[in-house]
Design a protein around this ligand. Structure first.
Ligand code: AMP
Length: 305
């Protein structure tokens, strides 16, 4: 049987990030990058995105070295890569966006290479929801479609985002964004309002407090986040979570309640490793053995009887 691929569409970025631990300037980032590398630990990935000619070749080479097909990565001659600048302070649960330069994203139209159209697991990482819609149109028969977003798009493209959400199975969203999107303060009611739009699974990320999964109107799993004494750079935690979740499910090929819970814990595991270093640096050295041992520690934390 051939492996299930995860198709991932989203931002590929050069990020400038400042945290109490230090700073990175124009380092590799972007929602599609974090989620693709996280997913690639479990399943082959097909990535769709856009960069400018200014992107260092070593970044593309790194992705290629990771079970990630970059046939869908457009390189715009003379173009400049999307640049995001952000800073974290205090509890580091929320980034302050200092700059968002869309650059090559302004004219980007995601066109899936023919070979990508059969992908069964589709993750629409953070990107303009109008672009997410054009991707959904190209993969009508996918088995599991998931979306992530952020406050920027909830404010600027609410209607398009609502349509995206009505057409997917899984929504990844953090608690503040869920309240912002629904206008409902109570998270259980807010998750139910998202279910009413169509998705079967709503996964609410709560930063250092873990994640909660709602399955068809009721809470079906709560995961702690891994207790780290030092967080260097939280950028990409949500994307790593989603990539780990989707990659694990694609790797097993079975969407059932046990695998969904495991996927949440693998997502938390990847997110916890990612934040220990800036940019993608921790993923560069991460091994499958380390993933397995942190997963086991998570099991120990949630064991009751
Ligand atoms: P996360 O920390 O998981 O929420 O995602 C951080 C990543 O999102 C960074 O690497 C940024 O490059 C990317 N990002 C920030 N703003 C946007 C935006 N408006 N659209 C798409 N990606 C973005």
């Amino acid at each position: 049987m051939s492996a299930n691929h995860v198709l991932i569409v989203g931002s590929v970025a050069l990020d400038s990030v400042q945290t109490p631990s230090g700073r990175a300037v124009r380092a590799l980032g972007g929602a599609a990058v974090y989620s693709s590398v996280a997913a690639s630990f479990f399943a082959p990935v097909r990535m769709v995105g856009v960069v400018g000619e200014d992107v260092p070749a070593e970044h593309v080479d790194f992705l290629k070295s990771r079970n990630i097909d970059v046939m869908g990565l457009q390189i715009v001659p003379g173009g400049r890569t999307f640049h995001w600048a952000g800073a974290y302070e205090g509890d580091m649960n929320q980034a302050d966006t200092l700059a968002t330069e869309l650059n090559v994203f302004q004219d980007f139209r995601p066109e899936l290479p023919e070979a990508y159209l059969s992908s069964d697991y589709v993750f629409l990482a953070n990107i303009d929801p109008e672009l997410q819609l054009t991707v959904l149109d190209q993969v009508p028969a996918a088995k599991l479609k998931a979306v992530d977003t952020m406050n920027f798009w909830i404010t600027s493209k609410y209607d398009a985002l609502r349509e995206v959400i009505s057409r997917v199975d899984v929504v990844f969203i953090n608690d503040a964004e869920l309240r912002q999107f629904t206008g409902i303060v109570n998270l259980t009611k807010a998750a139910a309002a998202v279910h009413d739009l169509g998705p079967s699974y709503v996964i609410v990320k709560k930063g250092e407090h873990g994640a909660v999964m709602y399955c068809n109107q009721e809470m079906c799993f709560a995961a702690a986040s891994y207790p780290l004494a030092e967080v260097a750079d939280p950028t990409g935690a949500g994307d790593s979570f989603a990539g780990g979740f989707m990659g694990y499910l694609a790797g097993t090929g079975q969407i059932n309640p046990t695998n969904l819970r495991r996927a949440v814990v693998y997502g938390s595991t990847l997110a916890s490793y990612n934040v220990q270093e800036f940019s993608l640096n921790r993923f560069k050295s991460l091994t499958k053995g380390e993933i397995a041992s942190r997963y086991d520690e998570f099991k120990r934390i949630v064991l009751i009887d």
